[in-house]
Ligand binder design. Structure first.
Ligand code: FES
Length: 183
């Protein structure tokens, strides 16, 4: 991971920026950075917002912030790893982020999370013992119109139900966990 950020070749930056262009969460983060006038001393505040939006901080997000604030990626990565309240991309092969913002919450995000935690036997912020799925939460990912929203491996899915989530996760699970999901 450090290697990726230590060598932010222009191509890699361009890839991140073009991915970000189609993702509303990045737009919200951009607006937040603008509010802070892209001040470098607002880095911690901006990373907090990023974590709220994405549930964790991954390489793409850190590179995006570095590019926008005109900071060396190593500095952004250093801050993200120094403070315990920042969560870097979780260990699971797959990630499932449940939006717990107000619009999603009132439409049943809490039930989705309970179903997910019950079926997988892990709490939000944890990864299944087989390393297949990490469960995370975020606060308003900018998709309130399609609440409740869940993000599967970076793809936002609209109007999810507990059944939808369990069905989507089923193929991700190793044989040992399959029998517990959807029972
Ligand atoms: S509250 Fe979930 S997308 Fe806004």
């Amino acid at each position: 991971m450090i290697v990726t950020l230590a060598k932010p070749k222009q191509k890699r930056v361009q890839e991140v920026l073009s991915r970000a262009a189609g993702d509303k969460r990045y737009k919200i983060l951009d607006a937040h950075m603008k509010k802070h006038q892209h001040r470098q001393d607002a880095l911690i505040e901006i990373l907090h917002k990023g974590q709220e939006l994405f549930g964790y901080l991954d390489d793409d997000l850190l590179l995006f912030v570095a590019q926008r604030l005109r900071l060396p990626p190593s500095r952004v990565y250093g801050v993200a790893t120094f403070y315990h309240f920042f969560q870097l991309k979780p260990k699971g092969k797959h990630t499932c982020v449940v939006c717990m913002g107000t619009a999603c919450y009132v439409k049943g995000a809490d039930k989705i999370l309970v179903a997910l935690e019950g079926a997988l036997g892990v709490k939000a912020g944890q990864t299944t013992p087989d390393g297949q799925v990490s469960v995370l939460t975020a606060r308003c990912i900018g998709a309130c119109g399609i609440a409740p929203a869940v993000v599967y491996d970076g793809t936002v899915a609209p109007r999810q139900t507990p059944e939808d989530v369990l069905a989507t996760l089923q193929p991700w699970l190793s044989h040992g966990s399959e029998s517990t999901v959807g029972d």
